[in-house]
Design a binder for this molecule. Structure first.
Ligand code: DGL
Length: 281
């Protein structure tokens, strides 16, 4: 077999509406420590989760267009809302494989056990019906309970911890029906929610398996790279190079909490530059 060393050495591109996608980067490094990653966080236009799907699609195509100019070997749409709004158009326009967070998360949830599946995500993700459709496509017999939890993103961004009474209060309100239904698995369908998995797990109890979309996506990226013989086998740790559309100092400061490691390099890129990238697949 011919090994394309140049391709193996290329970075994986990852984008999100802001810092949250660094939770997906954390899983990518845990699964494939030798890969280099180029990350774009659109912090100037976060949150995507309360915007119309048309607006999110436009932003997501710009984000993807910018990263595809960085000589990638694979692109990860780390943002659930962007995956829900734009995965088809991005995949159609991309010359490299694209991995989203929704399909891998659904596959992991269905594999976790028989019975109802719960989904918590942003308002736009739930409104799009993307998770509900993906579950029905894979197993039409599954009952799905999808809940929008818009307050959780600002709560995590503010640095509230798992055991903060405000976190418990808000979670109790959102998870009330799911606690009664006791689904076999609960998909944490938003980049920020893994940071609250301790509190969510405590409220849901041991019968519900929590599914991190980011972890499922990282497993899918590994499978894809192995299949294409494109995995970077170097034994030194991969580099994390970030771009943000807002304040780079703030991004670097808060990034470590989401990514679980320091950001190596962070540069500013203006939304005016992103707007130059095409808006249709
Ligand atoms: N990254 C978004 C998601 O996973 C959450 C933050 C936002 O609303 O932009 O849906």
């Amino acid at each position: 077999m011919v090994v394309d060393v140049e391709k193996r050495n290329r970075p994986i591109g990852v984008f999100d509406s802001g810092l949250g996608g660094l939770t997906v980067v954390r899983e990518l490094f845990r699964t494939m420590p030798g890969e280099d990653i180029v990350y774009l966080g659109d912090s100037a236009r976060v949150p995507y989760g309360i915007k119309s799907l048309e607006t999110v699609r436009r932003f997501a195509l710009e984000d993807a267009g910018f990263l595809l100019g960085q000589d990638l070997k694979l692109l990860v749409v780390a943002c659930n809302t962007a995956s829900a709004a734009a995965i088809e158009v991005i995949s159609a326009a991309s010359p490299v494989p694209v991995v989203d967070v929704i399909r891998p998360g659904v596959a992991a949830a269905l594999a976790a056990g028989a019975g109802p599946v719960g989904v918590v995500a942003t308002e736009a993700t739930i409104r799009s019906g993307a998770y509900q459709r993906a579950i029905a496509d894979a197993d039409a017999s599954r009952e799905v309970h999808a809940v929008a939890a818009p307050l959780l993103v600002p709560i995590v961004e503010e640095g509230r911890a798992d055991d903060d009474p405000i976190v418990t209060h808000v979670l109790c309100d959102y998870l009330h029906d799911l606690q009664r239904i006791r689904p076999a698995s609960l998909i944490l369908g938003c980049t920020h929610y893994p940071l609250l998995s301790g509190a969510i797990g405590k409220l849901m109890g041991p019968d519900t398996v929590l599914i991190s979309s980011g972890q499922a996506a990282a497993d899918e990226v590994r499978r894809r790279l192995e299949k294409d013989n494109a995995k970077n086998e170097k034994d030194t740790g991969g580099q994390l190079r970030c771009y943000t559309t807002d304040n780079p100092q703030r991004f670097a400061q808060l990034g470590e909490r989401f990514g679980g490691r320091p950001v190596d390099v962070v540069e500013y890129v203006g939304t005016d530059e992103l707007e130059r990238y095409p808006h249709s697949g």
